[in-house]
Ligand binder design. Structure first.
Ligand SMILES: Cc1cc2nc3c(=O)[nH]c(=O)nc-3n(C[C@H](O)[C@H](O)[C@H](O)COP(=O)(O)OP(=O)(O)OC[C@H]3O[C@@H](n4cnc5c(N)ncnc54)[C@H](O)[C@@H]3O)c2cc1C
Length: 275
């Protein structure tokens, strides 16, 4: 039977890294940075892509796990409803010299696992994860870059902008709840950054309107992520209507309104098949 991630049973379980929370920083009212460190990060690497991500493993309260926290053993010995919960987060920055790993969490209320964990976690606590995965980095040969997303994609967009060299052209659109959620982003590139304030609008509505109004001429590479409903509409616009080639797009739903990550991952391919 397939696992929630689509990984067949019996396949080798990923090796987990155990890091330690060094400190947290409240970046904005709804965004908290958790800085991880510790010897578990020796040998870690996350330099190839700007959308590197981690599969964080949250133990379920009240369940006793083997001390090794070996996922293979856990999946063999415990019923599925006791397996740790998986939540996916971007590597905002990996600093090998300082051995620091930054992960920025949207704090979206009391619901869920990862958001509330980040809001309350204290230095010294462990965090286990698999990864990093990743697939996108700004292509050096693209004429220009389009980056669009909500808060959940802001860490990846920020990392991509930091990677752009002088002279690289980009338009970036980030939709956040309001002006208090804007962050200072660094780039050497020639970037026009637009913050869109959601206010009372549906998530992604303002992003859709902004991207729809763009002239997409030239060889553009697009990075579009966030709530799955608007991402699906933007995929239709960019790929079907405007004909952006597959090799020039990174488009996927990071989360889904009304679904936790387990439920979203289970229906993701059916809801918005990759083109
Ligand atoms: C590759 C990838 C990279 C990602 N990187 C990041 C990242 O760097 N930072 C980040 O914050 N998120 C990121 N996400 C999104 C994150 O995995 C989801 O938001 C996840 O559902 C949060 O888990 P949770 O336990 O807090 O909430 P869940 O238990 O999954 O969900 C509980 C409820 O909260 C709602 N919810 C979930 N996320 C949000 C949100 N952002 N805003 C409002 N409501 C929400 C759900 O719809 C659900 O109703 C990424 C996702 C992917 C696939």
């Amino acid at each position: 039977m397939p696992e929630p991630s689509g990984q067949p049973r019996g396949r080798r379980s990923p090796r987990l890294v155990t890091a330690e929370v060094l400190r947290t920083e409240r970046l904005t009212p709804r965004m908290t940075r958790v800085v991880l460190g510790g010897p578990g990060l020796d040998g870690f690497g996350a330099d190839e892509f700007t959308d590197h991500y981690l599969k964080l493993q949250f133990p379920r309260p009240g369940v006793e796990y083997p001390e090794s926290f070996d996922l293979g053993r856990i999946r063999e010995e415990l019923p599925r409803e006791q397996w740790p919960l998986t939540r996916t987060y971007t590597v905002r920055r990996w600093d090998a010299g300082e051995r620091e790993l930054w992960v920025d969490f949207v704090v979206h209320g009391d619901e869920g696992v990862a958001g509330p964990w980040a809001a309350n976690v204290k230095p010294g606590e462990p965090l286990r994860f698999a990864g990093p995965g990743g697939a996108y980095a700004p292509a050096a040969d693209a004429e220009w870059h389009l980056l669009a997303g909500d808060e959940s994609a802001l860490p990846a967009i920020a990392a991509a902008l930091e990677r752009l060299p002088a002279g690289a052209r980009a338009r970036a659109f980030v939709e956040v709840a309001g002006p208090e959620e804007e962050q200072k982003l660094e780039t050497a590139g020639d970037v026009e950054l637009t913050w869109l304030h959601r206010g009372g609008a549906r998530v992604g509505e303002r992003l859709l309107a902004a991207v729809r109004g763009l002239d997409l001429g030239g060889d553009v590479q697009a990075f579009v992520h966030g709530e799955a409903g608007f991402v699906k509409e933007l995929r239709r616009l960019l790929v079907r209507e405007r004909g952006l080639p597959k090799g020039r797009t990174s488009i996927s739903g990071y989360w889904r309104l009304g679904c936790n990550e387990d439920a979203w991952q289970a229906v993701k391919r059916e809801f918005d098949p990759p083109t």
